[in-house]
Design a protein around this ligand. Structure first.
Ligand code: ADP
Ligand code: MG
Length: 649
């Protein structure tokens, strides 16, 4: 007997929104329906544990993509529904969750993204289908099968059904815009994305493979095929073997499930081998470089959270690190990199996090303000910091070995996250030009006699080679801070450690590089420098160049170009913001420091207006610029030409 019923007002609204949804990630309907199927299986399984009258079975979810009929069918052998339940759960009473959701949706006015990620429920089927049918048979003894049909209007029909197996089958009659969802490959793609680790086995069929499956599903179980031996005990001939093989080929083989129902994170860390962790990493992140190390999160109390975080290896020092944190809810994939739940800096790692307790039927902004979510975030941060600081304390050797790869992550973390900074600031290492790793505190301590509260740093190994040599000769430490993140990291430390200054190796020459010079002598040098400065400005047409003459300790150096730390930082800042162009013509030309001990410098200082003085001065300037890597192509050509001309003379 057919009964027609009307949906409750809220359900109507929800249905209407789904039908008219302009949301682009329609594919999530499949995640919702499969989740429901999986929940139904869980419920049946749970009941069967306590009630022996409830028959158990091999639980599975079957998906059939039928491109001829333009349908997609999802069946489970879970708990099923009676007519009353069907009406209650999917008919007249909008669930409180859906109601909340509806309110959020209406409040969001056009912010369609909030549908995207979180529990939307059964009605999402109407985003892709004009008509949906449900055939279900409850696990309850004596239950009758029910058939439910809705054409997307305000009503639904219920009548006696034909379903014989316990469970639920949902059929979607796809609308013309959504026929991609009866394409086997498209469905496989969606299942791989959302359902790879779901708890129930999921099988994917096409119409053809499903028919074949139906034809064979009651075949007797295959016995192990023994070695092919003739009745008289002699070994079979080749042709006999081939016949046997042919027979075997015809044997029906059920496809394997598309998912792995017990992913590694659900196991106890003690039961997972190193190889399993690596294998899982390769499979999930398709990264064939081995991860450096990992953290297995396993927490039951006060909330349930499991997961594995991997520290990836960087390709080159210039690699931008791009991680992915996949968030799951009871083994159902929710989304990548949800910043409301996972601290931003952790997204540089690769990992999976499964938190069944997350409130998912709320909008993202609600998640962000949720105290529980904040606790999750804190917990993960703490675990990561504990792992790293633990390694620093007990396994410094490996910590140093990994440092080059993990340092951008750690620095980003301390900049972005106060709590992480509190735990990790003291374990940040600086790598010196001779590959020595020191914490900031140790670097300051070791060098405090030579230059208190100052840390010299290198941003470009090649361009600053000349300066690095000067530091080496003077036996002063300088540290590589050459990653994009380092500019911000320096700011972070200077702000935290009052009085501490970071100075780039090619900025203002430290007194450590100059010989003690009497005041009178220096005044004489300054006077000469003034004249040379005037000359250089006239020669280059750049009236912001400065010239100094100093007694450098390193006698191998004739001239060096230095810049002020502030100017360097400003240039780096503009470059990092992608506004390098705006500085064109305003770049700091720097200070040409001439070594008073150099013969060439003596020659031009004695007679600044003498023959060739201009040429020599210009060459000293050019040499310094080449070493500093700041010469442009045009100047370089000119320099080479002058060089050739003077060779010919
Ligand atoms: P939720 O899953 O969050 O409860 P849904 O809209 O997805 O919300 O589903 C509503 C209800 O319908 C479920 O709680 C469940 O009782 C019932 N239901 C949906 N799909 C199935 C199914 N395949 N088998 C049994 N019951 C189902
Ligand atoms: Mg659901």
């Amino acid at each position: 007997m057919k009964e027609t019923k009307e949906f409750k007002t809220e359900t109507k609204k929800l249905l209407d929104m789904m039908i008219n949804s302009i949301y682009t990630h329609k594919e999530i309907f499949l995640r919702e329906l499969i989740s429901n199927a999986s929940d139904a299986i869980d419920k049946r399984h749970y009941l069967s544990l306590t009630d022996s009258n409830i028959p158990t079975t091999e639980y599975e979810i079957k998906v059939e993509a039928n491109k001829d009929a333009k349908t997609l069918t999802i069946s489970d052998n879970g708990i099923g529904m009676t007519k009353e339940e069907l009406e209650e759960h999917l008919g007249t009473i909008a669930k409180s969750g859906s109601k909340d959701f509806l309110e959020k949706l209406e409040g969001a006015k056009g912010d369609v993204d909030i549908i995207g990620q979180f529990g939307v429920g059964f009605y999402s089927a109407f985003m892709v289908a004009d008509k949906v049918t449900i055939d279900t048979l409850s696990y309850k003894e004596g239950a009758k099968a029910v058939n439910w049909v809705c054409n997307g209007g305000t009503e639904f029909d219920m009548s006696d059904g034909k379903k014989e197996e316990r469970g639920t089958t949902i059929t979607l009659y796809l609308n013309d815009d959504c026929t991609e969802f009866c394409n086997e490959y498209r469905i496989r793609e969606i299942l791989d994305k959302y359902c790879s680790f779901m708890q129930a086995e999921i099988y994917l069929f096409t119409k053809e493979s499903y028919d074949e499956y139906l034809a064979h599903k009651d075949d007797p179980e295959e016995e192990e095929v023994a070695e092919v031996v003739n009745e008289d005990g002699t070994e079979a001939t080749d042709t006999e073997k081939k016949d046997e093989e042919k027979k075997e080929e015809k044997k029906y083989v059920k496809p394997s499930p598309i998912n792995d129902p017990s992913p590694l994170w659900t196991k106890h860390p003690n039961e997972c081998s190193e190889e399993e962790y690596k294998e899982f990493y390769r499979k999930v992140f398709r990264d064939y470089k081995e991860p450096l190390f990992w953290i297995h999160l396993n927490m039951d109390y006060p909330f349930n959270l499991k997961g594995i975080l991997y520290f990836p290896k960087l390709n080159t020092e210039y690699d931008t690190i791009e991680g992915t944190i996949k968030l799951y809810n009871n083994q159902v994939f929710i989304a990548d990199n949800i910043k409301e739940v996972i601290p931003e800096f952790l997204m540089l790692l690769k990992g999976v996090i499964d938190c069944p307790d997350l409130p998912l039927n709320v909008s993202r902004s609600a998640l962000q303000n949720d105290g529980f979510v904040a606790k999750i975030s804190d917990y993960i941060t703490k675990k990561v910091a504990d792992k790293l600081s633990g390694m620093y304390k007990t396994d410094r050797e490996n910590y140093e070995k990994y440092w080059d790869d993990i340092n951008p992550f750690v620095k980003f973390g301390v900049i972005k996250d106060e709590k992480f900074a509190g735990k990790m600031d003291e374990y940040i290492l600086l790598k010196s030009y001779n590959d020595k790793y020191l914490t900031v505190a140790d670097a300051l301590e070791e060098n405090k006699e030579k230059h208190e509260n100052t840390i010299f740093y290198i941003t470009n190994k090649n361009r600053q080679a000349q300066y690095i040599n000067m530091f080496k000769k003077a036996k002063i430490d300088a540290f590589y801070l050459d990653m994009i993140i380092d500019a911000s990291y320096i700011g972070h430390i200077e702000q935290k450690m009052e009085g501490v200054k970071f100075v780039r190796v090619d900025t203002d020459l430290d007194k450590a590089f100059t010989k003690r010079t009497s005041k009178a002598d220096q005044e004489g040098l300054n006077e000469n420098a003034g004249k040379l400065q005037e000359k250089l400005r006239a020669l280059t047409g750049n009236d912001r160049i400065k010239v100094e003459i100093r007694n450098l300790k390193n006698t191998g150096v004739d001239s060096v170009l230095t810049a002020s730390e502030e100017n360097k930082r400003m240039e780096e800042y503009f470059a990092a913001m992608g506004m390098g162009d705006q500085l064109q013509g305003f770049e700091d030309p720097g200070t040409l420091v001439l070594n008073a001990g150099s013969d060439l410098v003596k020659y031009i200082s004695e007679d600044p207006d003498g023959e060739n003085a201009g040429l020599v001065l210009e060459q000293l300037y050019d040499l310094a610029r080449i070493s500093a890597g700041s010469m442009n192509a045009e100047d370089m050509t000119k320099f080479v030409e002058i060089g050739r001309a003077s060779c010919r003379e």
